[in-house]
Write a protein that binds this ligand. Structure first.
Ligand code: AFP
Length: 297
Protein backbone atom coordinates (compact mmCIF):
# COMPACT_ATOMS: atom_id res chain seq x y z
CA UNK A 1 0.00 0.00 0.00
CA UNK A 2 1.28 3.51 -0.77
CA UNK A 3 1.51 6.21 1.89
CA UNK A 4 -1.15 8.55 0.51
CA UNK A 5 -3.70 5.70 0.32
CA UNK A 6 -2.87 4.63 3.90
CA UNK A 7 -3.22 8.21 5.15
CA UNK A 8 -6.52 8.67 3.33
CA UNK A 9 -7.91 5.56 5.07
CA UNK A 10 -6.30 5.92 8.52
CA UNK A 11 -5.19 9.48 9.30
CA UNK A 12 -7.16 12.52 10.52
CA UNK A 13 -7.10 15.03 7.65
CA UNK A 14 -4.64 17.45 9.29
CA UNK A 15 -2.17 14.75 10.38
CA UNK A 16 -2.40 13.09 6.98
CA UNK A 17 -1.58 16.34 5.19
CA UNK A 18 1.33 17.09 7.53
CA UNK A 19 2.71 13.54 7.20
CA UNK A 20 2.50 13.65 3.41
CA UNK A 21 4.33 17.00 3.36
CA UNK A 22 7.08 15.61 5.62
CA UNK A 23 7.45 12.53 3.41
CA UNK A 24 7.99 14.61 0.27
CA UNK A 25 10.49 16.94 1.98
CA UNK A 26 12.41 14.06 3.58
CA UNK A 27 13.46 12.90 0.10
CA UNK A 28 14.90 16.35 -0.62
CA UNK A 29 16.75 16.36 2.72
CA UNK A 30 18.17 12.89 2.04
CA UNK A 31 19.30 13.93 -1.46
CA UNK A 32 20.95 17.11 -0.12
CA UNK A 33 22.98 15.57 2.71
CA UNK A 34 26.18 14.93 0.67
CA UNK A 35 26.18 18.57 -0.48
CA UNK A 36 25.40 20.30 2.81
CA UNK A 37 27.94 19.03 5.27
CA UNK A 38 29.87 22.26 5.76
CA UNK A 39 29.82 23.94 9.15
CA UNK A 40 28.07 27.32 9.52
CA UNK A 41 29.10 29.89 12.12
CA UNK A 42 25.55 30.30 13.54
CA UNK A 43 24.53 28.48 16.73
CA UNK A 44 21.06 27.17 17.63
CA UNK A 45 19.06 28.18 20.79
CA UNK A 46 20.89 25.45 22.70
CA UNK A 47 24.22 27.00 21.74
CA UNK A 48 25.20 24.20 19.33
CA UNK A 49 27.00 25.05 16.08
CA UNK A 50 24.56 24.75 13.18
CA UNK A 51 25.60 22.80 10.10
CA UNK A 52 24.36 23.84 6.69
CA UNK A 53 22.19 20.72 6.66
CA UNK A 54 20.50 21.72 9.96
CA UNK A 55 19.43 25.06 8.49
CA UNK A 56 18.56 23.62 5.07
CA UNK A 57 16.32 20.88 6.51
CA UNK A 58 14.72 23.27 9.00
CA UNK A 59 13.73 25.77 6.30
CA UNK A 60 12.52 23.02 3.97
CA UNK A 61 10.25 21.44 6.59
CA UNK A 62 8.94 24.80 7.85
CA UNK A 63 7.89 25.74 4.29
CA UNK A 64 6.36 22.31 3.60
CA UNK A 65 4.43 22.20 6.89
CA UNK A 66 3.08 25.77 6.82
CA UNK A 67 2.06 25.37 3.16
CA UNK A 68 -0.39 22.59 4.09
CA UNK A 69 -2.64 25.02 5.98
CA UNK A 70 -2.86 22.49 8.83
CA UNK A 71 -0.03 23.74 11.08
CA UNK A 72 -1.00 26.41 13.61
CA UNK A 73 2.70 26.91 14.31
CA UNK A 74 6.01 25.17 13.65
CA UNK A 75 8.56 25.16 16.46
CA UNK A 76 12.03 23.81 15.85
CA UNK A 77 15.18 22.96 17.75
CA UNK A 78 16.92 25.22 15.21
CA UNK A 79 14.78 28.33 15.76
CA UNK A 80 14.41 30.74 18.71
CA UNK A 81 10.67 31.19 18.15
CA UNK A 82 7.96 29.20 16.34
CA UNK A 83 6.81 30.21 12.87
CA UNK A 84 3.12 31.11 13.09
CA UNK A 85 0.75 29.77 10.45
CA UNK A 86 -2.95 28.98 9.96
CA UNK A 87 -4.08 25.51 11.02
CA UNK A 88 -5.06 23.30 13.91
CA UNK A 89 -1.91 21.41 14.87
CA UNK A 90 1.17 22.72 16.66
CA UNK A 91 4.24 20.99 15.21
CA UNK A 92 7.49 20.67 17.15
CA UNK A 93 10.46 19.26 15.29
CA UNK A 94 14.10 18.38 15.34
CA UNK A 95 14.65 18.79 11.61
CA UNK A 96 17.95 16.94 11.59
CA UNK A 97 18.90 14.76 14.53
CA UNK A 98 22.48 13.54 14.56
CA UNK A 99 23.93 16.17 12.23
CA UNK A 100 27.34 15.84 13.90
CA UNK A 101 27.39 12.32 12.40
CA UNK A 102 27.07 13.43 8.77
CA UNK A 103 30.77 13.04 7.93
CA UNK A 104 30.82 9.49 9.34
CA UNK A 105 27.68 8.55 7.37
CA UNK A 106 25.99 7.31 10.55
CA UNK A 107 22.18 7.22 10.48
CA UNK A 108 20.49 10.62 10.77
CA UNK A 109 16.87 11.45 11.55
CA UNK A 110 14.10 14.04 11.70
CA UNK A 111 11.61 14.03 14.57
CA UNK A 112 8.12 15.59 14.61
CA UNK A 113 5.57 15.94 17.40
CA UNK A 114 1.97 16.87 16.51
CA UNK A 115 0.43 18.71 19.50
CA UNK A 116 -3.22 19.72 19.95
CA UNK A 117 -2.20 22.57 22.30
CA UNK A 118 -0.04 25.66 21.71
CA UNK A 119 3.64 25.16 22.56
CA UNK A 120 5.26 24.55 24.96
CA UNK A 121 2.80 21.77 25.87
CA UNK A 122 2.78 18.49 27.76
CA UNK A 123 3.32 15.23 25.89
CA UNK A 124 -0.25 14.35 26.88
CA UNK A 125 -1.41 16.82 24.22
CA UNK A 126 0.35 14.86 21.47
CA UNK A 127 -2.07 13.54 18.84
CA UNK A 128 0.68 12.04 16.73
CA UNK A 129 4.43 11.75 16.21
CA UNK A 130 6.74 10.76 13.38
CA UNK A 131 10.42 10.11 12.85
CA UNK A 132 12.35 9.87 9.61
CA UNK A 133 15.39 7.60 9.43
CA UNK A 134 18.04 8.55 6.85
CA UNK A 135 19.97 5.31 6.91
CA UNK A 136 20.41 2.21 4.82
CA UNK A 137 16.81 2.98 3.86
CA UNK A 138 14.80 6.18 4.02
CA UNK A 139 11.88 5.29 6.30
CA UNK A 140 8.99 7.06 8.03
CA UNK A 141 7.84 5.62 11.37
CA UNK A 142 4.75 7.23 12.86
CA UNK A 143 1.69 6.91 15.04
CA UNK A 144 -1.57 8.88 15.27
CA UNK A 145 -2.54 7.06 18.47
CA UNK A 146 -3.63 3.78 16.86
CA UNK A 147 -0.42 1.79 16.53
CA UNK A 148 2.99 2.41 15.00
CA UNK A 149 3.41 2.10 11.24
CA UNK A 150 6.39 2.30 8.88
CA UNK A 151 6.85 3.25 5.22
CA UNK A 152 9.98 3.04 3.07
CA UNK A 153 10.98 5.26 0.13
CA UNK A 154 11.37 3.41 -3.18
CA UNK A 155 12.49 4.67 -6.59
CA UNK A 156 9.55 5.19 -8.92
CA UNK A 157 10.50 6.58 -12.32
CA UNK A 158 12.62 9.67 -11.62
CA UNK A 159 10.98 10.19 -8.22
CA UNK A 160 10.31 8.30 -4.99
CA UNK A 161 7.15 6.76 -3.54
CA UNK A 162 6.58 5.52 0.02
CA UNK A 163 5.48 1.91 0.37
CA UNK A 164 4.11 0.20 3.50
CA UNK A 165 6.81 -1.72 5.36
CA UNK A 166 5.01 -2.65 8.58
CA UNK A 167 1.90 -1.94 10.67
CA UNK A 168 1.37 -2.06 14.44
CA UNK A 169 5.06 -2.36 15.21
CA UNK A 170 5.70 -3.58 18.77
CA UNK A 171 8.79 -3.84 20.94
CA UNK A 172 9.76 -7.55 21.17
CA UNK A 173 9.15 -9.18 24.56
CA UNK A 174 12.81 -10.16 25.02
CA UNK A 175 15.09 -7.08 25.14
CA UNK A 176 18.33 -7.52 23.19
CA UNK A 177 20.19 -4.18 22.78
CA UNK A 178 21.15 -1.12 24.78
CA UNK A 179 22.78 2.22 23.99
CA UNK A 180 23.69 5.03 26.42
CA UNK A 181 24.83 8.52 25.34
CA UNK A 182 27.26 10.90 26.93
CA UNK A 183 30.45 9.69 28.55
CA UNK A 184 30.26 7.11 31.29
CA UNK A 185 32.29 9.11 33.81
CA UNK A 186 29.68 11.90 33.59
CA UNK A 187 26.62 9.71 34.28
CA UNK A 188 24.82 10.29 37.59
CA UNK A 189 25.19 7.59 40.21
CA UNK A 190 23.07 4.49 39.59
CA UNK A 191 23.24 4.65 35.78
CA UNK A 192 26.64 2.92 35.46
CA UNK A 193 25.60 0.10 37.80
CA UNK A 194 22.47 -0.55 35.71
CA UNK A 195 24.47 -0.25 32.44
CA UNK A 196 27.02 -2.83 33.64
CA UNK A 197 24.25 -5.27 34.62
CA UNK A 198 22.92 -5.30 31.05
CA UNK A 199 26.12 -6.75 29.63
CA UNK A 200 25.98 -9.47 32.27
CA UNK A 201 22.48 -10.45 31.07
CA UNK A 202 23.57 -10.96 27.47
CA UNK A 203 22.22 -7.74 26.00
CA UNK A 204 24.43 -6.22 23.30
CA UNK A 205 25.82 -2.69 23.41
CA UNK A 206 24.68 -0.85 20.27
CA UNK A 207 25.31 2.95 20.14
CA UNK A 208 25.66 5.06 16.97
CA UNK A 209 25.47 8.60 18.37
CA UNK A 210 22.15 9.51 16.74
CA UNK A 211 19.03 9.23 18.89
CA UNK A 212 16.91 8.09 15.95
CA UNK A 213 19.37 5.42 14.85
CA UNK A 214 19.81 4.15 18.41
CA UNK A 215 16.08 4.12 19.15
CA UNK A 216 15.18 2.54 15.82
CA UNK A 217 17.11 -0.61 16.73
CA UNK A 218 15.54 -0.70 20.21
CA UNK A 219 12.09 -0.68 18.58
CA UNK A 220 13.18 -3.56 16.32
CA UNK A 221 15.06 -5.69 18.88
CA UNK A 222 13.78 -4.60 22.29
CA UNK A 223 16.01 -3.02 24.91
CA UNK A 224 16.76 0.49 26.11
CA UNK A 225 18.24 3.73 24.80
CA UNK A 226 19.24 6.48 27.17
CA UNK A 227 20.75 9.90 27.18
CA UNK A 228 20.99 9.94 30.96
CA UNK A 229 21.22 12.69 33.54
CA UNK A 230 24.82 13.85 33.80
CA UNK A 231 26.49 15.11 36.96
CA UNK A 232 27.10 18.48 35.31
CA UNK A 233 23.87 18.36 33.23
CA UNK A 234 21.21 16.88 35.54
CA UNK A 235 18.51 17.71 32.95
CA UNK A 236 20.35 15.77 30.26
CA UNK A 237 20.76 16.83 26.63
CA UNK A 238 17.67 15.85 24.62
CA UNK A 239 14.81 18.35 24.23
CA UNK A 240 11.42 17.47 25.67
CA UNK A 241 9.20 19.02 23.01
CA UNK A 242 11.21 18.14 19.90
CA UNK A 243 12.75 14.77 20.80
CA UNK A 244 11.79 13.09 24.11
CA UNK A 245 8.00 13.46 24.07
CA UNK A 246 7.37 12.58 20.38
CA UNK A 247 9.56 9.49 20.68
CA UNK A 248 7.93 8.57 24.01
CA UNK A 249 4.54 8.77 22.25
CA UNK A 250 5.66 6.34 19.53
CA UNK A 251 7.41 4.09 22.04
CA UNK A 252 4.28 3.89 24.24
CA UNK A 253 2.19 3.01 21.18
CA UNK A 254 4.69 0.20 20.54
CA UNK A 255 4.17 -1.16 24.06
CA UNK A 256 7.14 0.52 25.75
CA UNK A 257 7.71 3.16 28.43
CA UNK A 258 9.85 6.31 28.56
CA UNK A 259 11.00 8.06 31.72
CA UNK A 260 13.08 11.06 32.79
CA UNK A 261 14.36 8.82 35.59
CA UNK A 262 11.27 9.01 37.77
CA UNK A 263 8.36 10.37 35.70
CA UNK A 264 6.70 9.26 32.45
CA UNK A 265 8.12 11.59 29.79
CA UNK A 266 4.61 12.18 28.43
CA UNK A 267 3.60 13.70 31.77
CA UNK A 268 6.37 16.32 31.68
CA UNK A 269 5.10 19.88 31.26
CA UNK A 270 8.02 21.86 29.78
CA UNK A 271 7.91 25.59 30.56
CA UNK A 272 10.24 26.45 27.67
CA UNK A 273 10.65 25.40 24.06
CA UNK A 274 14.25 24.22 24.45
CA UNK A 275 13.83 22.51 27.85
CA UNK A 276 15.78 19.25 28.09
CA UNK A 277 15.26 16.05 30.04
CA UNK A 278 17.20 12.91 30.87
CA UNK A 279 15.70 10.10 28.78
CA UNK A 280 15.39 6.37 29.40
CA UNK A 281 13.23 4.82 26.64
CA UNK A 282 12.41 1.33 25.35
CA UNK A 283 11.20 -1.92 26.94
CA UNK A 284 9.08 -1.04 29.98
CA UNK A 285 10.72 -3.63 32.26
CA UNK A 286 14.19 -2.14 31.71
CA UNK A 287 13.07 1.47 32.05
CA UNK A 288 11.26 0.67 35.29
CA UNK A 289 14.42 -1.07 36.50
CA UNK A 290 16.64 1.94 35.83
CA UNK A 291 14.11 4.14 37.65
CA UNK A 292 14.56 1.82 40.64
CA UNK A 293 18.36 1.93 40.32
CA UNK A 294 18.32 5.73 40.29
CA UNK A 295 15.88 5.89 43.22
CA UNK A 296 18.00 3.57 45.35
CA UNK A 297 21.20 5.50 44.62
P1 AFP B 1 23.60 16.38 17.05
O1 AFP B 1 22.27 16.57 16.37
O2 AFP B 1 24.27 17.63 17.48
O3 AFP B 1 24.50 15.45 16.29
O4 AFP B 1 23.29 15.62 18.43
C1 AFP B 1 22.65 14.37 18.33
C2 AFP B 1 22.06 14.10 19.68
O5 AFP B 1 21.26 15.16 20.08
C3 AFP B 1 21.28 12.80 19.67
O6 AFP B 1 20.84 12.44 18.41
C4 AFP B 1 22.24 11.78 20.22
O7 AFP B 1 21.59 10.76 20.95
C5 AFP B 1 23.12 12.63 21.14
O8 AFP B 1 23.12 13.94 20.62
C6 AFP B 1 24.52 12.09 21.17
O9 AFP B 1 25.24 12.92 22.07
P2 AFP B 1 26.75 12.53 22.43
O10 AFP B 1 27.54 12.75 21.17
O11 AFP B 1 27.09 13.45 23.54
O12 AFP B 1 26.76 11.06 22.86
Amino acid sequence: MKLDEFLRLNAPDDLGALTSAIAKSSVDVWDSIPFKTGLLTETNPSGETQKAIDVFSNDLFVEALTSTGHAAEVASEEMEEPVESRGGVSVAMDPLDGSSNVETNNPLGSIFGFYSHRLPASGRSLVGALYVTYGTMLTLTFSFGKGVHRFVALREGDGMSFQLLGVNLKLPDKPEVYGFGGSRKEWVHGVARFWESLDGRGLRNRYCGTFIGDYNQVLAKGGIFSYPALVKKPRGKLRVLYECAPMAFINEQAGGYASDGSTNVLDLAPSGLAETSPLYIGSASLVREVEGSLASS
